[in-house]
Design a protein around this ligand. Sequence first.
Ligand SMILES: C[S@@+](CC[C@H](N)C(=O)[O-])C[C@H]1O[C@@H](n2cnc3c(N)ncnc32)[C@H](O)[C@@H]1O
Length: 299
Amino acid sequence: MDIWLKKLLWPGHWIKAARSSAKKNRSRSQADPQLLLYDRILQTDFLHYGYFDDPDIAADEISLADIKKAQRRYAELIIAQMTAPPETEVLDVGCGMGGLLSMIAKKGYRVTGLTPDRNQIDYIREKYKEIPLIHARFQDISPEEHKDKYGTVIFSESLQYIDLPTAMCYTDKILSKRGELIIVDYFRLDEAHEQSGHIWQEFMAETEKRGFVIRYKQDITANIRPTLAFAHHFCTNIGLPLYEFIKLKLDHKHPGKYYFIRELFEKWDKKIDSNIKTIDPECFCRQKRYYLLKLTREA
Ligand SMILES: C[S@@+](CC[C@H](N)C(=O)[O-])C[C@H]1O[C@@H](n2cnc3c(N)ncnc32)[C@H](O)[C@@H]1O
């Protein structure tokens, strides 16, 4: 009998399957498969969109090497905003694979990385042994324990993952009086079709409430757009045809099994369609703005 059918008919496997689906409840932030995929493709120790000096570069002319260069450039732009003296304590919230941590440490700053993702923690511990890490979600740290500790707090494409009032309240507590807050992320202009990114007006209200003032603001939407265009081009021209090929091949080679899982594919079709919309550069630029921001408290 086919191993697949045996599994389906044996009750022991039903218990194992139920236990496996319980894992689904584990929070995505503890081991984000999407971020792991990006890291495996790019291998740059960065998980952000990057910054293209030439925003007009065509999607089909972009190479992985260009994306890697753009990611490094993005990190350099963050560091260029850091005016605190070396030896300052810096916290990189949502530090990803540690690329920025390493660059900041080389400048002489005492930098700590924070991430809830255990894959990222294991990776940084192995590669950047000297860098202290906090393995937690930002909203789960004790702000009292870190009170006024950091001269610079950075959110590099990570603010969007954290509840906004909590993020600003905790930052207000852990950042020293004259400290600087650097945020690089995208914001929704209003209720966009796609829910990622905080709403700009709400962000502005929260910063004002905490006494923060924007000292530097650069709209880098056009400069991150090539990465989206590249991803969109790749997904529609390579990813989707490959996915359709796998479905056809499965239906052709194993029509019986395909019959049982057809609904699953239909569900994925919808998910893929929605994900492709998310990285559609036209859609993104209509609904969102990607900013590099530096804030300090009112003098
Ligand atoms: C798009 S990645 C950016 C990573 C890195 N800052 C960079 O620029 O390469 C988002 C990061 O935020 C982290 N993250 C997700 N939820 C978080 C939370 N609640 N608190 C802190 N970090 C979080 C992710 O694990 C990841 O490290």
